[in-house]
Design a protein around this ligand. Sequence first.
Ligand code: HAM
Length: 424
Amino acid sequence: MKPMQPVRGTADLMPRQKSQMNIVLEKASLIASRYGFQDMETPIFEFTEVFSRPLGESSDVVAKETYSFEDRGGSSLTLRPEGTASVMRALISNGLTQSLPQKFFYAGPMFRYERPQKGRMRQFHQIGCEYIGSFNPLADAEVIGCAAQFLSELGVLHSCRLHLNSLGDGESRDTDRAALVAFLPHYKNELSSDSQRRLNENPLRILDSKADEDREILKNAPQLLAFLTTQAQQHFEQVTNALDKAGINWQLDINLVRGLDYYSHTAFEFITDELGSQGTVLGGGRYDGLSAMLGGPDIGAVGFAAGVERLALLIEQKQEFTYDIAVVITDDNAASDGFALAQNLRLQGLKTDIPMAPQLGKKLKRASLIGCKLSFIIGENEIKSDTIQVKVMTTGEQKQMEISQALSFAEKFLKHGLEGNLSE
Ligand code: HAM
């Protein structure tokens, strides 16, 4: 039988990749907590309506990328393609609309039927922060500040640029859409086929097109910023003033519209050149209309999500997993004592392995290979005298010690980073 393969666009997260991803997750949760974002989790699938309207029936995600299915009870369900709609649905379902603001942090797998390539998967992971219950532009700045600090402390901010735009409020967008609808049909036959389709469905998305032919036409297209209402303009200015004051670098990107329909006002992305075409590591914005789309009250909200796999690719290779100590058992009669010693070391918080090779030399070789700084060698003679041989792997120095003495030596040597001196 042919060996089984994973489904296209999915990946087994083997220890090396998983440890890189854990670094991203731990840093995200730590920084988010400094801003008051509290950890929460929503189900991996939802009723299809949770995503279809908020994300936009004509958005790529809903039109082409969702994993939707009917369950045995005939309900239409969708594997979540993103977290924001689910988090807002959860806030409403849990009756929290009366206790605002709420700040949530979440992490988990998302599902999009996209064409897989480096940094683009069909099952991928996001971390996200949602600040729900404020129309204040400072909330936008706070969310962007949190994203920037997260990337900075992960050591990747220097290779990312913050792109910022304002989509304005409903009124700004209606006038902009009307201007685009008046402008673009003149170029209908020159637009890419995707953009021709969007011309009727969602002309604003054309601004986001990466196709060369579209980019050329868009150079002369009416710009979103020109149609902002005074109120929307003020909102954007307050966000950018706050970012400037706090020393957060950003650049205006008038074509940034984001791929999901629920956005208004601030839209932003952190983009790197180091990951080829999938360079957006983090994206977000304000989504004041989302609550109402899900049957909730009028609530201001802003947030972001970042791709964990993309960030894991970007952070420097961290060192491999290594052990602290090897318990090297020299004869079979010492097996259970050796095992008990190893358990004791693990209970003390030391990463301990029992090398299983056939001969002493090979066991010690394995101990070096897996990064052990010390070996505790135990055999029949040592058991009789209640001692062990302690070997410092880097120098090869070795000394017989009582077990309690060996334990306190190991603690000093490994936990407190003191240079071990066996002759002490
Ligand atoms: P998004 O831009 O669709 O926004 O996704 C956020 C991030 O998820 C992207 O910047 C990217 O790093 C990662 N990502 C997206 N698709 C894939 C994929 N197929 N494979 C790997 N990584 C991917 C949202 O999802 C919004 N919910 C963000 C948000 C939160 N807006 C407000 N609050």
